[in-house]
Design a protein around this ligand. Sequence first.
Ligand code: C2O
Ligand code: CU
Ligand code: CU
Length: 499
Amino acid sequence: MFRTRVPIGEDILNRRHFLGLAGIAAGTGVLIPVSALAAGKPTRPAQAARGAAGPADGPFSVRMPVPPTLSPVARTDDTDVYRLDILAADLELLPGVRTKCLTFGGSFVGPTIRAREGRRVLVTYRNWLSEAANVHLHGGHVPADSDGHPMQVIDPGAERLYEYPNKQPGTTLWYHDHSHHVEAEHVYRGMHAFYLIEGEDEHRYHLPCGDYDIPIAIRDAQFDAGGQLVHGDPRERNVILVNGRPKPYFRVAARKYRLRLLNSSTLRFLKLNFGSLPVFQIGSDGGLLPAPADRTGTEFPLAAGERVDLVVDFSGLAVGSRFMLTNQGQFTGNDEIEQVLRFDVDRTARDHSRVPDELRPLPELPPATVNREVKLSFDLTNQPIGLINGKPFDPDRVDQRIQRGATEIWTITNGDAATKYGPIQHSFHMHMTQFRVLDRDGRPPLPGDAGLKDTIPLPPGTSVRVQATFADYLGRYLYHCHMLEHSSAGMMGQMEIVD
Ligand code: C2O
Ligand code: CU
Ligand code: CU
């Protein structure tokens, strides 16, 4: 294998920066490393690797690819059947350079699975890596043995069948590795892809579709001088990859597009900005909002793993004009990473799509019968150990027993307002169900909390109340910080749904 594992206890975890711990400005949702402020700007992106590729490889010289759509190997009345390989691949991420990646199906971002609400998907994954891996459908409402539990891995050379019933509202999900202690590194090195569920009701809304419905995964990366991915100090992750390419352009028609944005970083918070372009938020993690929200001129903060579903209107732009999507999130202060993606308007096109007045009503919120408290924090005595309610993850321990069908309110607190490294940011993600955000420290939810959610930012010292119903399936599922270096270091709990 070309790389070494980074399990907890190894030297790299002794370096506090690895977990993104240092000097986090509280309250802003933006993380600013103290040493980066003191030392001026962070280092520039992998110049050596890019320099080798010649003069045509400056910013906005590569096209943003749209991840390929996976074709089923069989279809029945009610099921689409897929096969997908987990394999290492040498891929061109930086222009003219080959980078060793861990992939689903040989691409970075992996192939998109397009499912339909109520129609089952079966995927058999074969693991061609020389180490164990697995697959978790993030945001999926799936049986426990198809959820990619960290202890249910696919050994090298083996395969495993995952069943996805798709009995949930249409939305933008993604799938990624979830192997015990190595999920952060596996995802960092490439194991991530989209899984889109089209709602039974979706055609009714006349949203932009087909070539005008574009999933976009945005994440950071560090490359060494030879163009290889470095999974080290997160402050050095100074290249933003958009669907796997740095600073790409994307040609658009002067019309409306549906853009499904995913922050596929393992740690980094994004704060994306479309400037003056008309932008309507139509959905969040778990499905469409009851009505579109005009969010023109607002920022879109996204924690690692979060999604936002938008209609962006380019019709006011002249053919030949260009528009920049920018990011002002964590670790910036470096001009190089504030520009993320350039839209080049190169044609006009008919547009029968709409931003309707109303979308899908949210499901009923039955009264909650149970209240729980969950606190995320670090033990920083020696090497950082991630904790939930004071304990690191133990696959043999059940932390919460939940009655099937119960509706519960969870109060989730970030206990790291004042550590020896300063305040520390976390996020919260729950498997198996989608939740609603009730309030944050007694105040109304943030705009990004709207609708059905599975992943939310949890700023230092704050707490948030969420309400969820745990229906249908029995068994063990996870909840955790979705800063994956934090979950890999133990910041994860286990719930068991029981009868
Ligand atoms: Cu996206 Cu448990 O993870
Ligand atoms: Cu998940
Ligand atoms: Cu965390």
